[in-house]
Write a protein that binds this ligand. Structure first.
Ligand code: OAD
Ligand code: ZN
Length: 246
C-alpha cells in the first residue's frame, strides 16, 4: 500500500528529485554513520573528520580515509542505486542530491548526481586547491603531496565545521525548489543543510516519500513513509513503474 502510493506520486510528478544518505549504500556493505553499527559509534568524528584533526595528525586521518576508500572502492551498487539510475534514464527523476561520498550512484548509471559532502574519489591540495581523481586508495605513508606546489593533499570530502561546496549546494537548492515530489532515502535527516532540502518541497505544496527502516525527524511530515531497506523498497517501486510506464 505504501509502495502503491509512492508509485502514484512518482508517476504523477512533474519534477521528481531525490535526496540520499548513507542508508542507500548500507546494502552494499558500506557502514552508515549513526546507529548501532555506525562509524560515529566506533570512531570520534572530532579526531578524524575535522580540519583541526587533520592539522594535528594528518597521518591518522589519512589512514582512516585510506581504509574508507578501500571499503567504498571495492563495494558494488545495490538495487537502490540501480532503481534511481533507471528512474533518471526513464526521464522521471530529474536530479539526485546525495550526502554520500561514495560513487555508487554514478557506477549504477546515474548522471545528474550532486555530492553535497564531496567524494572519496577526489583528493585536493590544502594549499592551492589542485584536485586529482583517484582510482585506487591512497596508501600512507608517505602522505600524499601536491604535484603543483608540494603541499599536503587532503581527502576531497566535507568535514565538520566546513562549508559545503557553494556551487553544488546552490544547484541542490535550485533543483529542489523546482521539485513537486522528493524521494528521501537512507538518511537520518539530522545533518544540515541537507536535512532541510525536503522541507523546501513540502513548503511549496509538494510531497515527500521517505524510505528508511527507522523513523527520522522527517517521518512526521512525510506523505508516504516506507519502513523498508532502500534496496528492497526502490526495487519494488521500479518494478511497478516498469509495468505501468513502458
Ligand atoms: P546516517 O548514518 O546518519 O543515517 C543513516 C540512515 O540510514 C539512518 O536513518 C538509518 O535508519 C538508515 N538506514 C540504515 N540502513 C538502511 C537501508 N538498508 N535502507 C535505507 N535506510 C537505511 O547517515 P546520513 O544521514 O547520510 O557527513 O548522514 C549524514 C552525514 O553525517 C553524512 O554525510 C556524514 C555524516 O557525518 C559528512 O561526512 C560531512
Ligand atoms: Zn598544491
Amino acid at each position: 500500500m505504501m509502495i502503491s502510493q509512492a508509485v502514484e506520486l512518482i508517476l504523477g510528478s512533474k519534477y521528481l528529485t531525490a535526496l540520499t544518505g548513507a542508508g542507500v549504500s548500507a546494502e552494499s556493505g558500506i557502514p552508515t554513520f549513526r546507529g548501532k553499527d555506525g562509524l560515529w559509534n566506533k570512531y570520534k568524528p572530532e579526531e578524524l573528520a575535522t580540519p583541526e584533526a587533520f592539522a594535528n595528525n594528518p597521518q591518522l586521518v589519512w589512514e582512516w580515509y585510506s581504509w574508507r576508500m578501500s571499503v567504498v572502492f571495492a563495494a558494488k551498487p545495490n538495487p537502490a542505486h540501480y532503481a534511481l539510475a533507471e528512474l533518471e534514464k526513464a526521464g522521471i527523476l530529474k536530479s539526485l542530491v546525495t550526502q554520500n561520498v561514495d560513487d555508487l550512484h554514478e557506477r549504477a548509471g546515474s548522471k545528474k548526481v550532486l555530492h553535497l559532502h564531496g567524494s572519496l574519489r577526489v583528493v585536493r591540495c590544502t594549499n592551492c586547491g589542485y584536485e586529482i581523481y583517484v582510482s585506487e586508495p591512497i596508501k600512507v605513508p608517505p602522505l600524499p603531496r601536491c604535484e603543483k606546489c608540494n603541499s599536503l593533499m587532503r581527502p576531497g570530502v566535507v568535514w565538520f565545521g566546513e562549508m559545503l561546496p557553494k556551487d553544488v549546494l546552490d544547484e541542490a537548492f535550485s533543483e529542489v525548489s523546482k521539485s513537486d515530489v522528493i524521494i528521501v532515502a537512507g538518511t537520518s535527516a539530522v545533518v544540515q543543510p541537507a536535512a532541510s532540502l525536503p522541507l523546501i518541497v513540502k513548503r511549496s505544496g509538494g510531497f515527500i516519500i521517505e524510505i528508511n527502516p527507522n523513523e527520522t525527524p522527517l517521518t512526521n511530515i512525510s506523505d508516504v513513509s516506507i519502513r523498508m531497506p532502500a534496496g528492497k523498497a526502490l526495487n519494488e517501486i521500479i518494478n511497478r513503474i516498469r509495468e505501468s510506464h513502458f
